[in-house]
Every structure is written in C-alpha cells, then in structure tokens.
Design a protein around this ligand. Structure first.
Ligand SMILES: [Zn+2]
Length: 388
C-alpha cells in the first residue's frame, strides 16, 4: 500500500503521529512502515531524512512500490510519535528548491538541462549539458535571486500518465503511474519526488560559484539557504582577518596583496644577488686552503652550491662537501672531487643518516636531516677510516 507523504502538502511538518503498519527485523535493522510519513526517502540527488519513530532511531529511509520503509535501530509498534531531524531536512529543501529555480531559468534561457545534480554537505553540484560563460552564469544567478525575493509559492501536484502530454514540465521520462510535478510559479515545473520549501523566500539566497568546463558542458556549484549563509560567514571571517594582517580596508585587500607580491618579488631578486655575493666570498675563502673541505653555510640556492663546490674542486681536485642549512630543516648538500667513486659515499650517507641522496661517480647531492655536529663527526670518522 502506498504510504501517504505528509511533505506533499506540509513540508514543514517535522513532528507527526503515525500508525506502525509493519515492523520486520532485517540484516540492517528493523524496517518499519507507517500509514503516513514526513520522512523523505532518498532519491533525485537528495539524501534521505533521519529522525525518530517512538524511541527508535531512523538511520535510513527508502521507497519501494510506493511504500516508504524506515530502517530503525529498534522495533516500533502501535501509534508512534515521530520526528524528522529538521535542520538538515530544511537545508536540503532550501538547496533543492534553489536547484529547481536555477535549472528552470537555465532551461528557459538556453534550452540546456541539468544532467547531474548532487546535493553535497557543503554545496550543490550542477552539471549543465551546454556551455555557459561567466556573464550567462551571473545573469542566471540574478534572475534566481529575484525569484527568491518575489517569495513565489512552490506547489506539488500529481498528474496521471495521460496528462503528461498536455502538461509542460522538465525531466519528462517514461514513468509508470502518476507523476509528481513541483511547480515554482512563473519559474519552473519539474518532475521530482523530494520535499521542497513552501515559498521561495525561505531559500534566502542563491550563489553560483566556481564554474568550469565539464564533459562538453558546464559544471557549476551552488550555495543556497543555510549553506550560503555559512559560506558568507566564513568568507567574511577570513576577509576580516586578512584585512587586519594587511592593515588594509576589507574592500581593498586585493590591491594590498598585489603591492605585497610586487615588494616580495623585489626582495627575492635582491636576496638572490646577495646569495651570489656570499657564494663568491665562500669560494674565495675556500680556495685559500688546499685539501679536503667540509663547508657549512646557511640557505644557499642550488646554483650557488654548485658554483662553490665546482670552484673548490677545480683548484686542487680535493674532496669538497658543502652543506647548506635548509629552510625546511636539515642540510642540502653537494659533494664532489677527491678522485673516488662518490656513489658509495652517497649510499653510506643515506644509510647513516636515513637521508636521501645520490648522483654519479663525480658528484653527489641530497638532503640530510641532522645537525652540523653530527655531520662533521661523520666526516671526521670517515677520514680516520680512510687513514687506517
Ligand atoms: Zn528535484
């Protein structure tokens, strides 16, 4: 027997009394049917409602042949006080009704259809089977919000299969039995099984964000109702924090960041020059002495490290190991010279320091996450070993 759906006429009735018609223990829990229900079963891109039937917790709801099954953690019987978790359900109604408005406007302006609707936790995904530019999306967004401001009624009507031909609505498919059509006056009519707000004013606001090309059409994300409010609040919090950090008015943070980025570029260029100077100073110092060199410096870039090591090795061919303190901690290194196959040394360093490094017989490089003392003592021991 088909279950009477309370949300067809009273979408905001979350608490209701119903008679338990059957309760069957199955693998996933107790499956309860009622003479009428306010619980929405999942479908049409929307999750099912949760809530309570008497003392039993309803975790899943589905429909089969017109009957709604409530999957509960306990058995239920007789006349039961039931309640649907109102906040998530209202949020879904806000966002689903908003989706109908947006899809309806896109359909009437461009003739495109929404071919993929997903109502996620933080936003709604819409896949439109046609290309929409930035201006198109802004136009749709404005018209959608105007439909909200007009506080239009949303009506649910069942039509019989022989009425489908003479009725205009989106999402026409061959469906057996009567068809539920949700109409937003002057904006959209669409076949849909889900509960919707009573009037569009309840949606509050509709925002379309992050459009992208997708499978030859357009994917766009939508925030409406409580999700739009949560998003605005979070963006406001971040904007305010950034404006304080930049000492700039909230409306001028982009200009402030651009100025900062330009200054940073200048500073980076100056720093790079300084590093080159330091590198040539280190080279001058290092080539004064002959023999094996273990040099520690702070924060030299890869190019400068190579210049120093190559200059030292060129002087007398002795081994030169340069360790540059890295911003991520530990030391970047390059080792060359000494007339030995350095690949074995790289392997030994990797083993001794749990490090990453390698190269060829003439030059090795890598990263060691340890202290200068530990690295110096490793090389001191190596010298001892070689002397023996
Ligand atoms: Zn729908």
């Amino acid at each position: 027997m088909p279950t009477e759906k309370i949300y067809d006429t009273q979408p905001h009735k979350y608490d209701f009394t119903a008679n338990v018609l059957s309760c069957e223990q199955k693998e996933g829990g107790f499956e309860v049917t009622l003479d009428k229900t306010a619980f929405f079963h999942e479908g049409g891109g929307q999750e099912c409602d949760t809530g309570k039937i008497g003392d039993a917790r309803v975790s899943y709801v589905y429909e089969k042949d017109g009957t709604v099954y409530h999957v509960c953690d306990k058995a239920a019987s007789g006349e039961a006080l039931c309640s649907v978790d109102a906040a998530p359900r209202f949020s879904r109604m806000q966002n689903h009704s908003a989706e109908h408005i947006v899809s309806g406007i896109i359909h009437s302006l461009f003739g495109y259809d929404n071919v993929g609707f997903h109502l996620g936790d933080d936003r709604v995904t819409l896949d439109i089977n046609g290309k929409l530019g930035k201006d198109d999306i802004e136009r749709v967004e404005l018209l959608a919000n105007e439909a909200v401001w007009k506080n239009l009624p949303v009506r649910v009507k069942y039509i019989s299969p022989d009425e489908t031909e003479k009725t205009e609505y989106r999402y026409k498919k061959e469906i057996e039995g009567r068809i539920r059509v949700v109409t937003i006056e002057g904006v959209d009519s669409c076949a849909c099984c889900a509960p919707h707000v009573e009037r569009t004013g309840e949606i509050g606001m509709i925002k379309l964000v992050d459009p992208m090309n997708y499978k030859g059409g357009t994917r766009v994300f939508m925030l409406a109702g409580d999700k739009a409010f949560a998003d605005y609040s979070e963006r406001y919090r971040q904007t305010r924090e950034i404006s304080v950090m930049l000492s700039a008015k909230q409306g001028e943070i982009c200009d402030a960041v651009r100025r900062l980025a330009a200054e940073l570029e200048k500073e980076k260029a100056a720093l790079s020059e300084k590093k080159k100077e330091i590198a040539s100073y280190i080279v001058k110092e290092a080539v004064q002495t002959s023999g094996e060199k273990i040099i520690f410096v702070s924060d030299l870039d890869g190019g400068s490290i190579r210049r120093v090591v190559n200059a030292c090795v060129e002087r007398d061919g002795a081994l030169c190991a340069l360790f540059s303190l890295s911003a991520r901690g530990g030391y970047d290194y390059m080792i060359s010279g000494g007339g030995i196959d350095l690949r074995a040394l790289a392997q030994d360093i990797n083993k001794s320091f749990d490090a990453r490094g390698g190269g060829n017989a003439q030059a090795i490089s890598g990263h060691i996450n340890d202290t200068e003392d530990a690295i110096r003592s490793y090389f001191a021991q190596r010298t001892d070993k070689r002397d023996n």
